[in-house]
Design a protein around this ligand. Structure first.
Ligand SMILES: [Ca+2]
Length: 430
């Protein structure tokens, strides 16, 4: 079994790699999202209330009404026009869902691991100081850095104010974009950044660790003590800011993020759900075992964890500990957190997964997901609508179908369950 304790080299680690398109994060947006190759399908048309200038003038008045100086507002919006590239990216959804194993392969590529080790060595004194102050494991910080910006190499070159103004005007994410722009105004007025410095991803994530403005205001720190929280140019400020975010999200120093586990034959999938938290002792009583054999340690038995099975019963299973939940606060995606964990492990040592991924049972596409939802609904299983997105309701409907037909009810929307549903529907003349 593999449980990694951070901070020491030469431990077991996994090599394999992961995902779904990471959903948009509440705190930062992963550059990994950009790595998802996709055939782009237009989302439903969105209504803009009027010309861009109308939104800009209205929001400018709102900001000054809230006490933002008019020269600050002018510096933000003077000469800014909407950016079509931002609208395109916001309106398109990928047709193909990238399998988690392909995502992990990219996230934990040999090059990223080698660069991570090199960076970890290069800035070790700084990392040690950050660990000392925030009690967050340095390999995890380096892994986040590697996934967010390729260790600072790819920070994004969009004008963040222009991107956010475009999103606010477009309307679908207006509340998000306007609250980020309020944070931008605060950044400028506090002298945290210059207008020219505000560059980043198309959705407003900035710097080495890709913080959106509101996260910057809440969590960025000036670790170097020069009066600036410089997440664009100071690795120390950026990594300490990520450490601060994780510390505030409940990180426990030197605790594992997750452990791969094996499920005994006869494991009761019907009694499992991915949000249930139990002690490892309780999981063990239900037939959950360390993946590499042996027994859980005494320390492990008292930890609380969720059991996650990201690619269904044909793939690996993991106990997700508290630090896993803290990393979800950084980017709310299971694939992303597994990627950070694997990369951190790989930077600290080497290893591999005990269980392979079900490469013959890849996740189904968006249009197949819609067809699956329609068909399950016609068969009497409530998927909570037909939107092509596999969420908790659809997973529950899949599990009902799987249970009725003698499959393991794991809720995984892969090719195998899709074929089984289509064939059952055909037999019933649906
Ligand atoms: Ca600084």
């Amino acid at each position: 079994m593999f449980i990694l304790r951070w901070g020491r080299r030469g431990q077991n680690m996994q090599d394999a790699a992961a995902p779904q398109r990471p959903p948009r994060s509440p705190h930062v947006r992963s550059i990994l999202a950009a790595a998802f190759t996709a055939i782009l399908v237009a989302a439903p048309a969105l209504a803009q209330d009027g010309p861009f200038s109308a939104w800009r003038d209205g929001f400018s008045s709102t900001l000054t009404g809230e006490g933002v100086r008019s020269d600050t507002v002018a510096s933000m919006f003077d000469g800014v026009e909407p950016d079509d590239r931002v609208i395109d990216r916001d309106r398109t959804q990928p047709e193909f869902v990238r399998p988690i194993w392909q995502y992990l392969e990219g996230a934990v590529s040999p090059e990223r691991v080698a660069n991570g080790r090199r960076q970890h060595d290069r800035i070790q004194p700084t990392l040690r100081e950050i660990e000392g102050r925030f009690e967050v494991d340095s390999e995890v910080l380096v892994a986040i850095w590697g996934l967010e910006s390729a260790y600072g190499a790819i920070q994004g070159d969009f004008d963040v104010v222009r991107s956010l103004a475009t999103l606010a005007w477009e309307g679908r994410r207006r509340n998000f974009a306007e609250s980020q722009l309020r944070a931008v105004a605060q950044m400028l007025e506090n002298g945290y950044a210059t207008r020219e410095q505000l560059r980043g991803s198309w959705a407003g994530a900035m710097g080495h660790t890709q913080f959106i403005p509101a996260t910057y205001i809440e969590r960025a720190v000036d670790f170097t003590g020069n009066g600036r929280r410089d997440i664009w140019n100071s690795e120390a400020d950026a990594l300490a800011s990520a450490a601060n975010l994780l510390a505030r999200a409940g990180w426990t120093y030197r605790d594992p993020v997750f452990a791969e586990v094996a499920l005994e034959s006869g494991f009761n999938y019907a009694g499992w759900n991915e949000s249930a938290r139990r002690t490892v002792a309780e999981w063990a009583a239900q037939g959950v075992r360390p993946a590499g054999g042996g027994e859980f340690s005494a320390d492990d038995l008292y930890r609380e964890a969720r059991l996650i099975i990201p690619a269904g019963s044909g793939g690996p299973a993991f106990l997700a500990y508290r630090n896993f939940e803290a990393l979800l606060r950084y980017n709310n995606s299971t694939a992303y957190v597994l990627g950070v964990g694997y990369l951190a492990q790989s930077i600290a040592g080497t290893g591999s997964l005990a269980t392979g991924w079900p490469e013959n049972d890849p996740p189904i596409s968006r249009s197949q997901s819609q067809r699956l939802q329609e068909t399950l609904t016609a068969m009497g299983h409530d998927t909570g609508g037909v939107d092509g997105v596999i969420g908790p309701n659809t997973r529950r409907a899949i599990r009902e179908f799987q249970e009725n037909t003698g499959m393991e009810p794991d809720g995984y929307a892969g090719r195998a369950v899709f074929d089984a549903v289509m064939s059952a529907a055909g037999e019933r003349g649906l």
